[in-house]
Design a protein around this ligand. Structure first.
Ligand code: BF8
Ligand code: SF4
Length: 680
């Protein structure tokens, strides 16, 4: 039997020493986005502080915090681990490095799970309200998806109206948050494959209620409860699986309310703004608000008011994941990703930036004040001192959305009357987005109508493509903004890796022409190019353009779509997920949501690269658990690597290893006429 030849890249150490990781820390221009670079000159000239200045001011950062060995769980602390042995090697209560690091890490997971799931809960509530006549501006837009999801979770759909079914479905979704029995979560159990369910059951990490899994993390990390790092991490794993269920609820409910995305064309970067139009930025995460603003912007009374105000029209553009939501469904352009939010305001062209929840920098308020932008918060849990608060009312959603647009029209009038000159960097790129799982399967079905997913798995088995990579996550100035993202994408493309993605990394890809065919021509290796071309040829008649280098699957909660994709691949191949040549990368990961997603990616059996190093280095035990032991237990593990070229090599090596191993299993199964092994 041949051995896998190159194991040199299967190691868990980052290639760069800690002291050398932050390159040029005091340089404010930590981005490769030409529009942001242009705007940084403007903010410098006007003496306006942005996140790029604040990053430089924070350097060098505290190494206790950076490595996760600072504990502030009780206020005898902060306690820091200062010594290898003796009293300084523990916190005041006796907590050791491994307890402190793992407690901090799982609290991050609980934070991420709370954010995604609370978002999912809000959408489930609105679906329920719509179905019972309490939110008349929302409706079931995709009845087919409603039926598919209802059937998937085991509801009887026969003879029921859409509204009756939507009500029943929303009730089951809401039960997943707070039920008190010990049964698994419906929105987790109805999508995972059996082998994964057995693994999670065996490891005792199956969540029974989303809220409870978060409460349990907060309980067990209170002073003097759980001190065992492995037990703590397994508690975090339960919250991570609950997070996946919450994301699935958010994706399913959003598709039902607003439509399941299909391929759509748009544009990205600040050049999408127009000084002669009313410009509104939607920023945050929840499509309940942003999609309603999009609908409202097309209403005749609003269009008339824009005209009367002297506007040439109205532009809605997105930042962050709510931008991804409305891009995917309505082709709304992307103004920038998380790190660019203040610099978009610095154009002076933004009349209103309306925000909901998550990844909204408090620093936006300062920029907004300086450039005459109205920063509008909308939800009770997310307010920013000095900004406007327009309570967004689900029961009168259209009216609320119109109110926000009218504020923008008024601001536009003031902007025009003042004769203020705007400076919009002339950069924008063509984008194709809208690749829900259904849209991907539809592309594959044009080649193999009976078994669409086989188009993807066959391409891997034949060696045409090296495997699939999920590109996920944020922006983080620990690396150079957008450079880490684009370096990973270029590297993987050259190695013929098929890429799907979500979140801010896709907005980086969008800005740099990687969500269009231009990206294929520039960066794809021959196998990947042939695969994408073949998909396009088979679907030509129904596509608005040639296919892109990377396939945008949506916002961060839409990582659930990607989990559904690898489950479909495993199912078709007849193996457990850890055997599928699938990897993930968050080159600029930052948020608690990124931590929790990375965790459930691993629990699903997928190796997951993170560019900036999460605060784990303070405990060798925890470090080796997440980078090595996790692989033995779940088949997935973290690749924590700050050098993006090395990261690409490690990801490709992980794919090659899986393909090699799969080949061996297939050979053995054929030789002995047995089934493929279901374990890994
Ligand atoms: O949820 S990628 S910076 S916007 S956390 Fe935030 Fe990260 Fe962007 Fe989307 Ni996801
Ligand atoms: Fe210190 Fe223990 Fe309190 Fe943490 S919980 S701050 S280690 S005394």
């Amino acid at each position: 039997m041949p051995r896998f030849s190159d194991t040199s890249l299967q190691n868990s150490k980052p290639s760069v020493a800690r002291k050398d990781r932050i390159k040029d820390p005091k340089n404010v221009k930590r981005t490769i986005d030409p529009a942001i670079l242009e705007m940084l000159d403007v903010t410098k000239e006007k003496n306006i502080i942005t996140t790029f200045d604040r990053w430089a001011a924070q350097q060098p950062q505290c190494q206790f915090g950076y490595t996760g060995i600072c504990c502030r769980i009780c206020f005898q602390g902060p306690c820091r681990i200062r010594a290898e042995e003796g009293p300084g090697s523990m916190g005041i209560c006796g907590a050791k490095d491994y307890t402190i690091v793992s407690r901090n890490a799982i609290r991050m997971m609980a934070g991420g799970a709370s954010a995604h799931s609370d978002h999912g809960r809000h959408i489930a509530h609105v679906l329920h309200a719509a179905a019972t006549g309490h939110a008349p501006d929302y409706k079931v837009t995709d009845a087919d998806k409603l039926h598919r999801v209802a059937k998937r979770i085991g509801l009887n759909v026969e003879g029921k109206s859409d509204m009756a079914l939507a009500k029943e479905l929303a009730e089951v979704a809401l039960e997943d948050f707070g039920k008190q029995d010990e049964s698994p979560l419906t929105f987790l159990w109805s999508t995972a494959i059996d082998a994964r369910k057995s693994k999670w059951t065996e490891m005792d990490i199956v969540p029974t209620a989303i809220d409870r899994s978060v409460v349990e993390v907060m309980h067990r990390t209170h002073i003097g409860v759980d001190a065992d790092p492995i037990n703590l991490i397994f508690g975090g794993c339960k919250a991570a699986l609950a997070d996946l269920a919450g994301e699935q609820v958010a994706t399913d409910m959003s598709d039902i309310l607003f439509g399941t995305p299909k391929p759509v064309m748009s544009e990205a970067n600040m050049g999408v703004l127009d000084g002669d139009k009313v410009n509104i930025i939607v920023h945050g995460h929840n499509p309940l608000l942003s999609q309603m603003v999009v609908y409202a912007s097309k209403e005749q009374d609003i269009l008339d008011e824009v005209k009367t105000a002297g506007g040439n029209g109205i532009i809605i553009a997105g930042i962050c994941c709510t931008g991804n939501e409305v891009l995917m469904r309505s082709g709304i352009p992307i103004a920038n990703n998380y790190m660019g939010a203040e610099l978009v305001i610095a154009t002076g062209a933004v009349d209103v930036m309306v925000v909901d929840v998550q990844c909204i920098m408090p620093g936006l308020r300062n920029a907004a004040e300086c450039f005459g932008t109205k920063l509008v918060t909308t939800l009770p849990i997310s307010k920013i001192p000095g900004s406007y608060h327009f309570a967004f009312d689900d029961t009168r959603a259209m009216e609320s959305a119109k109110g926000i647009i009218r504020l923008a029209i008024e601001t536009f009038k003031v902007r025009k009357a003042s004769g203020k000159v705007v400076q919009i960097p002339n950069y924008k790129s063509k984008v194709m987005a809208g690749f829900s799982l259904e849209a991907m399967m539809d592309l594959f079905a044009a080649i193999n109508p009976d078994q669409p997913i086989k188009v993807l798995t066959d391409a891997i088995e034949s060696g045409e493509i090296a495997g699939v990579c999920l590109l996920a996550g944020c922006n983080n100035l620990a690396v150079v903004h957008d450079k880490a993202h684009t370096d990973v994408i270029k590297g993987l493309a050259a190695k013929n890796v098929f890429m799907v993605g979500t979140g801010c990394v896709m907005q980086a890809a969008a800005k740099f022409g990687m969500l269009s065919y231009e990206g294929v021509e520039k960066y794809a290796g021959p196998g990947l190019k042939a695969f994408i071309d073949r998909l396009y040829e088979a679907n030509k008649a129904k596509l608005p353009d040639k296919l892109p280098l990377a396939f945008h699957m949506g916002s961060c909660v839409d990582n659930s779509r990607v989990a559904n994709l690898w489950s479909a691949m495993a199912d078709q191949m007849g193996v457990d997920v850890p055997k599928v040549p699938f990897v993930a990368s968050a080159p600029e990961g930052m948020s608690e949501k990124a931590v929790v997603i990375g965790t459930w990616v691993i629990l699903n059996g997928i190796p997951c690269h993170v560019g900036p190093i999460p605060p784990l280095e303070g405990s060798d035990l925890v470090w080796s658990t997440v980078t090595c032991v996790a692989n033995d237990v779940f088949g997935g593990y973290f690749i924590l690597e700050t050098d993006m070229n090395v990261a690409v090599d490690k990801l490709v090596a992980a794919l090659e290893y899986r393909t090699w191993k799969l080949g061996i299993h297939k050979k053995v199964a054929a030789e002995y006429e047995t089934e493929l092994t279901g374990t890994f």
